[in-house]
Design a protein around this ligand. Structure first.
Ligand code: KIV
Ligand code: ZN
Length: 498
């Protein structure tokens, strides 16, 4: 019989800790719902004690999803465990995930604790957590640099305290597949009870996925991973890669899981849309080129028979052909049907908002592709607060004059207009917006990319601003890159004002 592997997704915790990946509450709930559709077994929703915002997000996710287990991270401290439990207790399936470092380096320099103290704290804190919640995961931070006999001693204490899952993290991405196989097998053979064995691999040496696969072979039945492999430093093991390795090589690895592979692409794109962090074009599974055949000899083979150069089908991960689908005469009904076909679920208000954007785009662009529709429904329609609406902008530029931009907005039904100059058109436009609102934002990041093909491709602009220490993302969509950029900045301002 094949062994079932559970997928523990930590995109919203370890992933969110990586630079540029922070998300607000609404974005986290949206992502969590995508993860539920993907059918992950566990969603690690955050680190409840780390901030009030994190606490509220974990709580909101606990209330928003039904099927997966919802976990919050907690150090092995009573106050962390209390906060974690308060955040997850309303979930249908709550879990407290508590951790303590075990390696000599961490014991000596970080914790300043002896081995005996680590053993005692593990037992006491797991037991404390167990009094609140049935499902307790214990992680031995930096497990792969811990003396293996001591690691087992710690895990046995966690079992005595009531842990249901033991996690072996390769916190610093140090281990290698063969070595990790031996460690996981050693732990499995020496613990006093047959609880779930989990692994959590970081990618510092590019081995996170290979190490996770090795661990599964050695007996681990839970893997911790993130969408697109985001995470601390070089990231975590990429969920989509582990899933598709097990799926594509089912002939070799006889393990089952419950992941709905056709949701992979949508989950990946949702994360990119929220964070603005793209994956590299040649990224396995979800990269733009992962299913592109460029060389003539390959194209020829694929035309004859796809299996010559394709080991999995694009459909398997939910990748739809980027076909021309709608035009300016398409009605709301056709638009709505298309959204459903693409696998999205919007409520009536969202459909109305999205349809309005679609009509604007279709006025300027003859052919609307699947990628345009997907960009429209990802374009913050859920979050559009519309306190500030762009009425008009005028650009004056050339290679012999200083660019100036005039921007007119409707802010809570009052009209404001300002003109500003800058080092370029975008700088001038952003300066004009700042003049209107008399707020000093720090622009942290700005980028623009096209989401479909052709000269009239839709441009998706993103800005990231720092407002009083808070990072806020804004997005804008238009066939005109300047307009897309202005909309993105106004979208961020809207979020500040709300
Ligand atoms: O990398 C790590 O060790 C972690 C633990 C908290 C599980 O993220
Ligand atoms: Zn980690």
């Amino acid at each position: 019989m094949d062994r079932r592997i559970k997928f523990f997704d930590t995109t919203l915790r370890d992933g969110e800790q990586s630079p540029g990946c922070s998300m607000n509450l609404k974005e986290k709930v949206k992502m969590a719902k995508r993860l539920e559709k993907l059918n992950v077994d566990v969603i690690e929703a955050g680190f409840a004690i780390s901030s009030d915002g994190d606490f509220e997000s974990v709580k909101a996710i606990a209330e928003a999803v039904e099927k997966p287990v919802v976990a919050s991270l907690a150090r092995a401290l009573k106050k962390d465990i209390d906060r974690a439990y308060d955040a997850v207790k309303s979930a249908k399936h709550p879990r407290i995930h508590t951790f303590l470092a075990t390696s000599e380096i961490h014991r000596k320099y970080k914790l300043k604790m002896t081995k005996e103290e680590v053993l005692k704290r593990t037992y006491e804190m797991v037991k404390y957590a167990k009094e609140k919640c049935e499902d307790i995961e214990f992680s031995a931070e930096d497990a792969t640099r811990t003396e293996k006999e001591f690691l087992v001693e710690v895990f046995n204490k966690a079992i005595e305290g009531g842990a249901t899952v033991l996690n072996i993290p390769d916190t610093v991405g140090y281990t290698t597949p063969d070595e990790f196989y031996e460690l996981v097998a050693y732990v499995k053979n020496n613990i006093i009870e047959d609880v779930d064995i989990s692994v959590h691999c970081h990618n510092d040496l590019g081995l996170a996925v290979a190490n996770s696969i090795s661990a599964i072979k050695a007996g681990a039945n839970q893997v911790e991973c993130t969408i697109n492999g985001i995470g601390e430093r070089a990231g975590n093991a990429a969920l989509e890669e582990i899933v598709m390795i097990l799926d594509t090589r089912k002939d070799y690895f006889n393990y089952s899981n419950q992941i709905n592979t056709e949701e992979i692409m949508r989950a990946s794109k949702k994360l990119i849309s929220i964070t603005g962090i793209d994956v590299q074009p040649n990224k396995a599974i979800v990269g733009k080129n992962a299913f592109a055949h460029e060389a003539g000899i390959h194209q020829h083979g694929v035309l004859e028979n796809k299996s010559t150069y394709e080991i999995m089908t694009p459909k398997k991960i939910g990748l739809k052909e980027n076909k021309m689908v709608l035009g300016k005469h398409s009605g709301k009904h056709a638009f709505e049907e298309k959204i459903i076909k693409l696998g999205y679920n919007l409520n009536d208000e969202e459909i109305l908002k999205a349809f309005k954007i679609f009509k604007d785009v279709a006025d300027k662009k003859k052919e609307i592709y699947n990628s345009d529709i997907e960009a429209i429904i990802r374009d913050d329609i859920y979050e559009m607060v519309d306190k500030v609406i762009l009425e008009r902008y005028v650009v004056n530029c050339g290679n012999t004059i200083n660019p100036t931009v005039t921007i007119k907005v409707n802010y809570d039904n009052e009209i404001f207009e300002e003109v500003a100059s800058g080092d370029g058109v975008i700088d001038a436009a952003f300066n004009a917006i700042e003049k209107i609102f008399k707020i000093n934002f720090i622009l942290k990041d700005y980028k623009i990319k096209s989401v479909s093909k052709g000269k009239d491709a839709l441009g998706e602009a993103r800005v990231q601003i720092n407002y009083n220490g808070k990072i806020i993302n804004g997005k804008g969509l238009s066939t005109d890159v300047i307009e897309a950029s202005i909309k993105a900045y106004i979208n961020a301002v809207n979020k500040v004002l709300v």
